[in-house]
Design a protein around this ligand. Structure first.
Ligand code: GUN
Length: 294
């Protein structure tokens, strides 16, 4: 029997409705959540992502400020902009769109963002807080994956979760979230990566399998335990001559084959992607409430 589809779009709409209600509640008290999105350069995919974030922020009643800088912006100028935003009282959340042009050091940039405005959860202080089991803004993609699991009834508690990919922005925070104590955690976690021999031997043990490795259709049907829940974080453009653009997006999971083995699976697009934006808005509201004591 084919797997149930974990519909990220519908779950994201639920979360956005909750955020909209919260935004209206704050508005009634004279408080407008403010999000600044910084885009450096002309990366086409980044332009699309940033436009989607702007649109959603406006839709939820946020004040949103898009700051566009040319691709040759120096690190000093970008840091100066971030300092301005750190002190701007109308701004509760700051997001600098990644990837940045190669000459800019992303770690230096993220270190400069006020940790209380770090709605991406990329600041090392916030990652450290998460590791220490303290409250902190959590990176939007891992936070969105946890919400997808919980809200679709695939509770991680007591399950064996296998993450393929150890990135600082997805695999690492997800490992911490899934293993932390509490309702949405309490899983046993295995992390596989590019140096793991025989990844399939691990993924076949997974009750919950999360693919975040950045390789198109890496997870094949014979790497999945029958009945597993599969979350696909990948967004890979592959050639497709039938499309006007010449490419189409596929995940890190061989969806058509794996859906015949899994009990539930998230699609690409329409899975993790919309959740990431929903969690960004959720983090912005949370930062606003903390700042305004509201
Ligand atoms: N680029 C792709 N996804 C993200 C994200 O979640 N945050 C930032 N800052 N850049 C991204």
């Amino acid at each position: 029997m084919a797997a149930r589809i974990i519909d990220g779009k519908t779950i994201a709409e639920q979360i956005n409705a909750e955020t909209r209600a919260e935004s209206q509640r704050l508005k009634a008290r004279g408080i407008t959540p403010g999000l600044a999105v910084v885009l450096v350069g002309e990366d086409p995919a980044s332009k699309v992502y940033v436009a989607n974030k702007e649109k959603m922020a406006a839709d939820l009643g946020f004040h949103s400020a898009l700051k566009r800088l040319p691709a040759d912006t120096g690190e000093g100028d970008l840091l100066a902009l971030i300092d301005d935003l750190n002190f701007d009282r109308k701004i509760h959340g700051i997001l600098v769109q990644s990837p940045l042009p190669k000459h800019l050091r992303e770690d230096e940039i993220w270190d400069d963002i006020d940790p209380t405005k770090d709605v991406d959860g990329f600041h090392p202080l916030n990652l450290g807080r998460l590791a220490a089991g303290q409250r902190a803004p959590v990176a939007c993609t891992p936070a969105g994956i946890i919400e997808m699991l919980v809200r679709s009834g695939a509770m991680p508690s007591g399950k064996h979760a296998v993450i393929v990919g150890r990135s600082i922005r997805v695999g690492r925070p997800l490992q911490l979230l899934l293993s932390q104590k509490g309702r949405a955690g309490d899983a046993t976690v295995t992390v596989c990566h590019s140096r793991t021999p025989d990844i399939g031997a691990h993924t076949r043990q997974a009750d919950i399998l999360i693919a975040a490795i950045g390789q198109p259709r890496f997870i094949k049907a014979d790497m999945v335990k029958p009945g597993a829940v599969v979350i696909d974080v990948g967004i890979n453009a592959v050639p497709d001559a039938t499309r006007k653009s010449g490419t189409r997006l596929v995940g890190d999971v061989d969806f058509d084959a794996v859906k015949e083995v899994a009990s539930a699976i998230s699609p690409v697009p329409g899975g993790v992607g919309p959740m990431t934006i929903a969690m960004l808005m959720h983090n912005t509201i949370a930062a606003c409430r903390a700042r305004e004591s509201a």
